[in-house]
Design a protein around this ligand. Structure first.
Ligand SMILES: [Zn+2]
Ligand SMILES: [Zn+2]
Length: 263
């Protein structure tokens, strides 16, 4: 039993480490310059950071949530995400109530291409260039992530387009358990949901210009230990984070968001 617990904790740590460097896919679907009159929903994560953060044009944010059977996000996880968004985004309203179950993808793992084609099939709401509502797509799949080269199974979430995030519901469930030995599903969701939305807000140095250099080399993450956007979580930090509270953004990340129109 002791060994099992240790292995579980190790799996969680590995997963969190991997989220951090694999969770933002920077390739784009179409050229954002194709038509300036249209809002391009297939640009890279961080490209619409200002639209997320400021109230210059988009005063409302609506998140469309699609989930596969058995992987409806918990209400606590969504409430935590809503609180985070309200703390950081200059919006009059933020809605995460548009939740729909979609059919199972019938796969044990999903590549970024699989996730994009699921969005193409199921997403209903898109941002209008002339509108006031920024629409975001949130997808929860019933499998693991695959990078297409035989790994990626420890990834829990990915920001894959400028207004799109996906979560690996099966992996989140696998590593959750009874606190304090294992983090609860709500705590894992809160952390991963917030982290991935952080990428869409342009963190770190990827859409929201840095006020002070704090970007890790090779990925869009924060160099501050304990920050929500840090790339890897050390054992003890990780454990105390999860037995206590979900990691927060540090001041350097918050400065960047505020300088780009956020709160
Ligand atoms: Zn990340
Ligand atoms: Zn930070």
């Amino acid at each position: 039993m002791k060994l099992f617990k240790r292995l579980t904790v190790l799996a969680v740590i590995l997963s969190l480490g991997v989220i951090s460097f694999s969770c933002s896919d920077s390739s784009t679907g179409t050229n954002p310059d194709d038509d300036p009159q249209e809002f391009n929903s297939k640009a890279a994560p961080g490209d619409s950071a200002r639209s997320f953060l400021s109230n210059n044009q988009y005063t409302s944010l609506e998140v469309e949530i699609d989930y596969m059977p058995g992987h409806e996000p918990t209400q606590d996880g969504l409430n935590s995400l809503q609180t985070f968004l309200e703390e950081r985004l200059n919006k009059q309203s933020i809605s995460l109530t548009n939740k729909t179950q979609i059919p199972s993808g019938e796969q044990s793992s999903y590549t970024i291409e699989d996730i994009r084609s699921l969005e193409n099939k199921h997403r209903d709401n898109f941002t209008k260039a002339s509108g006031n509502t920024l629409h975001v797509y949130f997808l929860m799949v019933n499998g693991e992530y695959s990078d297409g080269q035989g790994s990626g199974e420890n990834v829990l979430g990915v920001a894959y387009w400028n207004t799109s995030v996906a979560f690996l519901g099966k992996r989140m469930e696998d590593i959750s358990g009874e606190p304090p030995v294992n983090p609860s599903e709500e705590k894992i969701e809160s952390t991963v949901f917030r982290h991935e939305f952080g990428h869409n807000m342009g963190l770190v140095g990827n859409g929201s210009p840095m006020q002070t250099d704090h970007k890790t080399s090779g990925s869009a993450h924060c160099t501050t230990d304990g920050c929500l956007m840090e790339p890897s979580v050390r054992t003890t930090d990780f454990f105390s984070n999860f037995s206590g509270s979900v990691p927060s953004l540090d001041d350097l990340c918050i400065d960047d968001l505020q300088a780009n129109g956020g709160k």
